[in-house]
Design a protein around this ligand. Structure first.
Ligand code: BES
Ligand code: ZN
Ligand code: ZN
Length: 497
C-alpha cells in the first residue's frame, strides 16, 4: 500500500526513511533537504561512500543521540547528475524495493525531492511504479524457507508538502494502477501451462468484467466453427483443450472513436508437428504474454474510465501441441473472412490465431485504430535483442503515438518497416498466402501476414518476443517475465487525443 502523507519525516518510526540526492557537479557532497541528514552525508562523502550516483545507496543506522531521526534506518538514494526523467524515478523505486526486501523492512517513508525541478506528480507516479514492480515475487509454488517467510513491504508513505498533496495523490494512483497491471501480467505468465490454460484466460476476462464495468463474452469453439475461424481452430486442433476467444468491451456510451486491442494468448507453444527443440521449450508457456498485457490493460481502463475512447479487447487463447489431430505442414486452412493459408510450418501459429481475431475485430467493431501485442517471432530478438519491442505499423500517426507511450512507460520500442516488397515472400502456389516467409526479415514478414487482415484500418503491431521475458535488467524488472506492454497500452489510452 502506498499513501501520500504530510506527516514530518522526523516523526516516522518505521523501518526505512528514504532521502534522494543528486550528484554534485563539482567535487562536493550531495545536498540533502534535511540538515541533520546532511551531516551524515558529508561524513560519508569524505570517505568516498556517498557521491549521489544513479541508483547508489547509502544505508545509515542512526544512533539514539542522532536526534531528528526516529526511523530504524536511513537510506540515501542517488539520482545521478544527468537530466531527470521518469525512468530514473522508476529505477530508484525499484532499488528501494529491493533494499527493503533484503532488509525485511515492512514500513517505509520516502521524502519526495520536491526541491528538484521535476513535476511532483511524475515523481510520485514513477516511484510508485518502481516500488510495486520492484517488490514483485512469485512464491506460490515453492515451500518457503523459515527465514524467508512473509517478507513483504506492508506500507509506504510518500512525504510531500501540503501544496503538492493533490498532484502526488494523482501520481500515486496512476503509478499503482500501471504497476499492478505489470504485476498481473507477470502472475499470469509465471503460471505454468497446465494452470494458465485458454479457460483461465476466459475466467480472468469474466472476473475483470464483473469487477470493473466491462462487457465480457467468450466465443467458444462451436461459435468459432460457425464463424469459420479456421486459424484459431486449426492451431488448437492438436490439443485436448478447446480454444477460447475472449472479448472485453469498455464503452463510454458516447460518440467517440473505438480502439481495438488484440493479444496473442498462446498458453503453450510446442511448435506443433513442426516441433521446437527441447532446450528452453519450457519458456514457451510465456507465449501468452501479449494476451496477458491486453487483459491487464483492460482492467486498468475499466478502473480509470477514459472519456474519449471506447476500447474493445480480443484475446485468442489456444495451445499449440502435436498429436494425431494436429495441423500438419502443408495443410490449408481458411481464416475468418475467407482467405486461405498454406501452413508450411505449424510453429508459425501466432499469426494464424491473430489473423482471425484481427479480421473479426475489424469487421465487427469497425475500430478507428487497432493495436496488437504478440510474442510473434524469434527474429525480433536477432534484430533488436532484448532491449526494445519491435513496432510495425501501417499508419505513421498511430506509430508515433505508440512510440511516445512506450517512452513515457519506460518500455522503449523500435519501428521496423512494412512495404510491398515483403509480400512476395508470403505468396503460396496453391493458397492465398503461406504462413512463413523464409529467414530473411522474419519479423517483417510476420507483420506483413497480419497486415492482410486489417484492411485500411490504422494498425500497429508490437512484437514482444524479445522483451516479454529476459528483458533488460533493471532494478524493477526481475528475471522471468517482465510484464511488458501493459503499461504502454495504458499510457496510449491515457494520452489519447
Ligand atoms: N512463439 C514463437 C516466437 C518466439 C520465439 C517467441 C522465441 C519468443 C522467443 C512463435 O510462435 C514462433 O515459433 N515463431 C517462429 C516462426 C517461424 C517458424 C517462421 C520463429 O520465430 O521461429
Ligand atoms: Zn510457434
Ligand atoms: Zn508462438
Amino acid at each position: 500500500m502506498i499513501v501520500v502523507s504530510n506527516k514530518k519525516p522526523s516523526q516516522f518510526t518505521g523501518d526505512i526513511l528514504v532521502y534522494f540526492v543528486r550528484q554534485s557537479e563539482k567535487k562536493r557532497a550531495p545536498v540533502c533537504s534535511d540538515k541533520l541528514v546532511q551531516e551524515r552525508i558529508d561524513h560519508a562523502f569524505e570517505l568516498g561512500d556517498c557521491l549521489g550516483k544513479k541508483e547508489e545507496c547509502l544505508l545509515i543506522y542512526p544512533e539514539r543521540v542522532f536526534d531528528g531521526v526516529r526511523a530504524k534506518r536511513l537510506l540515501i538514494v542517488g539520482l545521478g547528475k544527468d537530466e531527470l526523467n521518469r525512468e530514473l524515478f522508476r529505477r530508484a523505486g525499484g532499488v528501494i524495493a529491493l533494499k527493503a526486501l533484503a532488509l525485511k523492512a515492512e514500513k517505509l517513508f520516502l521524502v519526495v525531492p520536491e526541491e528538484l525541478s521535476f513535476p511532483v506528480g511524475d515523481m510520485a507516479e514513477c516511484l510508485s511504479e518502481g516500488l510495486i514492480l520492484g517488490s514483485y515475487q512469485f512464491k506460490k509454488y515453492k515451500k518457503e524457507e523459515e527465514d524467508e517467510k512473509g517478507i513483504e513491504i506492508k506500507r509506504i508513505g510518500l512525504y510531500v508538502n501540503d501544496a503538492s498533496m493533490v498532484h502526488a495523490r494523482k501520481g500515486v494512483k496512476r503509478g499503482l494502477a500501471a504497476g499492478n497491471a505489470g504485476v498481473a501480467v507477470r502472475d499470469m505468465a509465471n503460471e505454468p501451462g497446465n494452470v494458465w490454460t485458454p479457460q483461465a484466460f476466459a475466467d480472468f476476462g469474466e472476473k475483470i468484467a464483473r469487477e470493473g464495468d466491462l462487457a465480457c463474452r467468450i466465443i467458444e469453439k462451436e461459435e468459432m466453427q460457425q464463424l469459420k475461424m479456421g486459424g484459431i481452430l486449426g492451431v488448437s486442433q492438436g490439443s485436448a483443450l478447446p480454444p477460447k476467444l475472449v472479448v472485453l468491451e469498455y464503452r463510454t456510451g458516447k460518440n467517440v472513436p473505438t480502439l481495438l486491442l488484440v493479444g496473442k494468448g498462446l498458453t503453450f507453444d510446442s511448435g506443433g508437428i513442426s516441433l521446437k527443440s527441447g532446450d528452453g521449450m519450457g519458456d514457451m508457456k510465456y507465449d501468452m504474454c501479449g494476451g496477458a498485457a491486453v487483459m491487464a490493460a483492460m482492467q486498468v481502463i475499466a478502473e480509470e474510465k477514459p472519456g474519449r475512447l471506447d476500447v474493445v479487447a480480443l484475446v485468442p487463447a489456444a495451445e499449440n501441441l502435436p498429436s494425431s489431430t494436429a495441423l500438419k505442414p502443408g495443410d490449408i486452412i481458411r481464416q475468418y473472412g475467407g482467405k486461405t493459408v498454406e501452413v508450411l510450418n505449424t510453429d508459425a501459429e501466432g499469426r494464424l490465431i491473430l489473423a482471425d481475431a484481427l479480421a473479426y475485430g475489424v469487421e465487427h467493431y469497425k475500430p478507428d485504430a487497432v493495436v496488437d501485442v504478440a510474442t510473434l517471432t524469434g527474429a525480433v530478438i536477432i534484430g533488436l535483442g532484448h532491449h526494445r519491442t519491435g513496432l510495425l505499423a501501417n499508419n505513421d500517426e498511430l506509430a508515433e503515438n505508440v512510440l511516445a507511450a512506450g517512452e513515457r512507460a519506460g518500455e522503449p520500442l523500435w519501428r521496423l518497416p512494412l512495404a510491398e516488397e515483403y509480400k512476395e515472400q508470403l505468396k503460396s502456389k496453391i493458397a492465398d498466402l503461406k504462413n512463413i516467409g523464409g529467414r530473411a526479415g522474419g519479423t517483417i514478414t510476420a507483420a506483413t501476414f497480419l497486415q492482410e487482415f486489417v484492411g485500411n484500418t490504422p494498425w500497429a503491431h508490437l512484437d514482444i518476443a524479445g522483451t516479454a521475458w529476459n528483458y533488460t535488467e533493471k532494478s524493477y524488472i526481475p528475471k522471468g517475465p517482465s510484464g511488458i506492454a501493459a503499461r504502454t497500452l495504458i499510457e496510449l489510452v491515457r494520452s489519447w487525443r
